[in-house]
Design a protein around this ligand. Structure first.
Ligand code: AVJ
Length: 323
């Protein structure tokens, strides 16, 4: 049987410019300045993140891989999925472990990755199509934050949201995200969430401030994006990379700290950002979770956690929940 691969673009042509403009307008009117972390991931940012996942300090990728490889057949038999939907799939590396287990079980018909990066989807989609000829790959370029339509994909569905991407949302954004999911999922579908757990802050800070400075480059990539897309004149050398542990909210905050007092023109939004020396632009939050609290907030949004797995060192967790 011939394999099938489709790449469906659901983003309007001017999506990047308009959405970035709206986020930058809000973010540079806020005090302190802030930007949503999704703007870190253009081609260069996605490549830098790939390098981060191979750093010795950045444990989450390996820890999650360890859990998935030990639990993939359980996941396959509990979900009996006909479709694996993956949000923020990027280059789909860990996905293969799930695809192996689901195809071995014989239930899987389709892999449906969604991402805002069409280059990552095209690359990953083509590779998966070649290696899994028996399933259909239907990739969608979409911003799932603004809604999710899964009516076209056969159930039961296993919706995977891995890599601790959930941690990029604050509590209110997570609630909105769970709502989107509960509209999209049916009673036979399951959610598979990968999260990073609260742990010793020195371990956490090291994971976000590595010795080689790759994370610093990744962080500063936001300034190149703002310069390119909004005609801004940020000087990346004028800022320091900061990984700050916020103990009250139990999250890492990546920031760019102005080395000197400076004014930055952002013509795309008709605004000048004024930085005092030492003033921050927050570029990412990465929330760390406690099992009971995460199960509670999922329950409040109508999801019941049925399984909960960690790696041997209990750094990260993978959970399965039903709507
Ligand atoms: C891809 C969002 C899970 O928050 O750990 C890595 C991104 N930022 N180093 C994370 C990231 C800095 C990463 N996520």
């Amino acid at each position: 049987m011939p394999s099938r691969f489709s790449l469906d673009n659901r983003l309007p042509a001017d999506y990047v410019t308009n959405a970035l403009r709206a986020d930058a307008t809000a973010g540079f009117r806020a005090a302190p300045y802030e930007m949503p972390s999704k703007w870190l991931y253009d081609k260069r940012g996605s490549d830098l993140f790939e390098l981060i996942t191979r750093l010795p300090e950045y444990y989450p990728t390996l820890a999650e891989r360890e859990i998935i490889s030990r639990r993939s057949s359980e996941i396959a038999s509990y979900s009996r999925a006909a479709t694996l939907v993956e949000l923020g799939s990027g280059y789909s590396r860990k996905t293969r472990l799930l695809l192996d287990a689901l195809t071995a079980r014989g239930s899987l018909l389709r892999y449906a990755p969604l991402d805002i990066s069409s280059s990552a989807l095209a690359e990953a989609g083509a590779a998966i199509r070649a290696d899994y000829p028996e399933i259909t790959v239907s990739a969608t370029v979409a911003d799932y934050e603004s809604g999710l339509d899964l009516d076209a994909v056969p159930g039961p569905r296993l919706l995977a949201f891995l890599g601790s991407t959930l941690g990029n949302y604050d509590a209110g954004q997570r609630r909105a995200f769970y709502r989107t999911l509960s509209f999209a999922l049916g009673p036979d579908d399951v959610l598979l969430l990968g999260v990073d757990l609260v742990k010793d802050p020195t371990v956490l800070v090291r994971a976000y401030d590595d010795a080689k400075g790759v994370t610093a480059q990744f962080n500063k990539n936001l300034l190149y994006v703002l310069n390119r897309e909004l005609g801004a004149d940020f000087d990346p050398d004028g800022f320091d990379h900061v990984a700050h542990w916020n103990p009250a909210d139990e999250r890492i905050e990546m920031r760019l700290r102005a080395r000197t007092r400076q004014a930055v023109e952002i013509p795309g939004i008709g605004l000048t950002a004024q930085f005092a020396a030492g003033q921050d632009l927050r570029t990412e939050i990465s929330c760390k979770f406690r099992p009971e609290l995460l199960a509670d907030e999922l329950a409040e949004s109508g999801f019941a956690v049925s399984h909960w797995w960690t790696d041997q060192d209990e750094r990260c967790a993978l959970l399965m929940a039903s709507p």
